[in-house]
Design a binder for this molecule. Structure first.
Ligand code: GLP
Length: 242
């Protein structure tokens, strides 16, 4: 694992965006694995800026997202589809038909999970997978515990996860209780993984995930088994390393 501590969040965003942009320069038809949450927003802002300056094009790229809430229609303002459109897709030249966010509102969720895996097989493998990390060590929505699954599946969200995400909904009662998420096996098939974390509140879980044992009790720790992981931290999240 390559762990880097950046001086500022701007440096962190620029470093992650540069990896994605240089991938696209070398492989315009690359498949990007994308994440939601507050962490990647600055990276997407940076990519939009690079696109506007003509430094990168997504015209031939494909994207696949990690997860989506169950029960939210794609047009719901808090759906991850809306998030991606708002923060990235509508500002760049990626064809929307090349982007895939799981449909958490599908009538047959098992079929939707299988379709997500198939899309990765059709246009993948994922060349670079962007990840944040939850306070309990979750990646995507893979919650800690022995029930960790490999492939895309439906997961029950922990109360702590729902509470953390309630800030986007205004009221915890409105936060869905389930999500569709790529499994850890799906995530580990990406050729490269970039995990990004900032802020003092992520320091403990980042330390546990990358210096502690590999355990399903901390799903991010399974990334220790991947041969090409870049971990980008700001000073607050990575201070324990210095
Ligand atoms: C959500 C997402 C994760 C994300 C995590 C952390 O639960 N499903 O993909 O990594 O939140 O979010 P944030 O970046 O807002 O701390």
């Amino acid at each position: 694992m390559n762990i880097r501590i950046l001086n500022s969040r701007e440096d962190l965003n620029a470093t992650a965006a540069a990896v994605i942009a240089s991938l696209l320069l070398n492989k315009p038809q690359a498949m990007l694995g994308l994440a939601t949450g507050s962490t990647p927003i600055g990276i997407y802002r940076q990519l939009v800026e690079m696109y506007r300056k003509g430094q990168v094009s997504f015209a031939r790229a494909y994207s696949v997202n990690l997860d989506e809430y169950v029960g939210l229609p794609p047009e719901h303002p808090q759906s991850y589809r809306s998030f991606m459109n708002e923060h990235l897709f509508q500002h760049i030249d990626i064809p929307l038909a090349h982007t895939r966010v799981p449909d958490g509102n599908a009538a047959d969720l098992a079929a939707e999970c299988a379709a997500h895996e198939q899309a990765i097989l059709d246009h993948g493998p994922v060349d670079v997978q962007l990840l944040g990390i939850g306070h309990n060590g979750h990646i995507g929505f893979n919650e800690p515990g022995q029930g960790l699954k490999g492939a895309t599946h439906v997961v029950d969200l922990e109360e702590g996860t729902r509470a953390a995400n309630a800030r986007f909904f205004g009221n915890i009662a409105d936060v869905p209780k389930q999500a569709v998420t790529m499994g850890v096996g799906t995530i580990l098939k990406a050729k490269q993984i970039i995990l990004v974390a900032f802020g003092a509140d992520k320091a403990d879980i980042v330390k546990q995930a990358f210096t502690g044992p590999v355990t399903t009790e901390c799903p991010a720790s399974l990334l220790q088994c991947h041969p090409n992981v870049l971990i980008l931290l700001d000073q607050e999240a990575g201070g324990w390393l210095i």
